[in-house]
Design a protein around this ligand. Structure first.
Ligand SMILES: Cc1cc2nc3c(=O)[nH]c(=O)nc-3n(C[C@H](O)[C@H](O)[C@H](O)COP(=O)(O)OP(=O)(O)OC[C@H]3O[C@@H](n4cnc5c(N)ncnc54)[C@H](O)[C@@H]3O)c2cc1C
Length: 377
């Protein structure tokens, strides 16, 4: 009998797993999403390093319309005053098959949904209860439908509700006392940047990143600002007080539509207590965005799990957790370190950081250990 898999959550991790199953196996599967449609929030940009692009290419990502993506080769580091510090060539990790890629999140979701939308995706589904039945799991949804499956894969994000049905140990993500503000730019305004590169500006208690997301000259702007609480009604004054006080020339950028959200990351990495239940993507661990690896790790975790299920590995639960834990710790350490180093408020510390940064970006051994380990997987 064919094994049946229920995937809970149609974000990047759930959709990637669904595509891998659909194209490379004959398992039965269904993707259950709580919303009534897919979140195709137009502007939000996403960076995919080679570790995730090489996996996406197994499901034909290389055939995506090249006008809708960009392949930046360099990160330019700036002070908040727009003075260049140094640059880092990320294109050196590219191969003919897999290149560092930036794009709109909506473009990635559109691509991932294509093969599975009609047959394998059900909307408006929230779990109401679960029961173990003859070695399988019976999932009951709150619209009174149910599904009897061999595996449950929770891909329902950092605040995974699926966890609460299977795990006694609770671990809530913690607010990182930081806020993300983002917008889409149609021009580089008065900034002295190369629009083909990723530009990273570091200021006191904040950093911001600008990068191209397609070949239509659109740029994604995201600014991470440290603040003790998130007050969506006061974002304009927060920007004024933090960013514009350090460099008023950014003011022009904020004429566009601003979106903001509080930054959380997972506090503990806990294993699944049930061998038939797996957590992928942010439901396994949510990272700070300072290494741009959240989506990448969602894709990687889906791929690792897919291989174990496909090979019918009897120890899949342990193997998956052990490998993912190791990988997560590496990414987490680097994301947390960047979060710390990008935001120094003391000018002495900023000068010391910039001195080391200039030195380190030219050291091949450092770059291949700090980024190569992440990008090569
Ligand atoms: C400011 C910022 C910038 C970022 N930039 C990058 C970047 O440049 N590169 C990068 O790689 N990553 C980036 N990330 C991270 C990345 O977006 C996430 O890590 C990634 O989207 C996680 O995917 P996911 O599928 O695990 O979860 P999600 O995207 O959260 O998807 C979860 C899905 O499950 C659904 N769901 C939730 N609860 C239930 C339920 N109970 N039942 C059914 N369905 C449910 C949700 O509606 C959603 O569709 C960034 C994050 C932030 C905050």
């Amino acid at each position: 009998m064919k094994k049946k898999i229920a995937i809970i959550g149609a974000g990047i991790s759930g959709l990637t797993l669904a595509n891998l199953i659909k194209r490379n196996s004959d398992f039965e599967f269904m993707l259950y999403e709580k919303e009534e449609s897919l979140s195709l929030d137009e502007g939000f940009g996403i960076q995919l390093a080679t570790n995730s692009v090489s996996i996406l290419n197994k499901i034909d990502f290389q055939k995506i319309n090249s006008d809708n993506i960009f392949n930046p080769e360099t990160i330019d580091f700036f002070s908040i005053k727009n003075e260049k510090i140094c640059d880092l060539e990320i294109g050196k990790f590219n191969t003919d098959y897999s290149k560092y890629t930036t794009l709109k999140r909506s473009v990635l979701i559109e691509f991932l949904k294509d093969e599975i939308y009609t047959q394998h995706l059900r909307f408006g589904k929230r779990i109401k209860g679960v029961t173990e039945l003859k070695g399988k799991i019976l999932i009951k949804f709150d619209d009174n439908t149910n599904d009897l499956v061999d595996y449950v894969v929770a891909a329902d994000g950092m605040f995974s509700n699926t966890r609460s049905f299977f795990e006694k140990k609770k671990s809530q993500p913690s607010f990182q006392k930081a806020i993300a503000v983002r917008l889409i730019l149609k021009t580089k305004h008065n900034l002295n940047i190369n629009e083909k590169n990723i530009s990273l500006f570091m200021g006191s208690n904040l950093h911001l990143v600008i990068y191209p997301i397609n070949k239509k000259n659109e740029l994604n702007f995201v600014c991470i600002i440290r603040d003790n609480k998130y007050d969506p009604d006061n974002i304009d004054s927060l920007i004024e007080k933090t960013l514009l006080s350090q460099n008023p020339s950014f003011k022009d950028l904020f004429k566009n539509d601003i979106k903001s959200w509080p930054l959380y990351s997972s506090s503990k990495i806990l294993p699944s207590s049930n061998k038939k239940v797996f957590y992928i993507g942010d439901a396994f661990n949510g990272f700070l965005p300072t290494l741009a690896q959240g989506a990448g790790q969602s894709i990687e975790s889906a791929y690792e799990l897919f291989n174990l299920i496909k090979d019918e590995n009897l120890d899949a639960s342990n193997v998956y957790f052990t490998k993912r834990l190791k990988r997560t710790k590496i990414i987490r350490r680097r994301s947390n370190f960047n979060f710390f180093a990008f935001h120094f408020s003391s000018s002495v510390m900023q000068r010391i950081r910039n001195f080391f940064l200039k030195f380190l970006v030219k050291r091949k051994s450092f770059i291949s250990s700090y980024l190569g380990t992440v990008y090569k997987n």
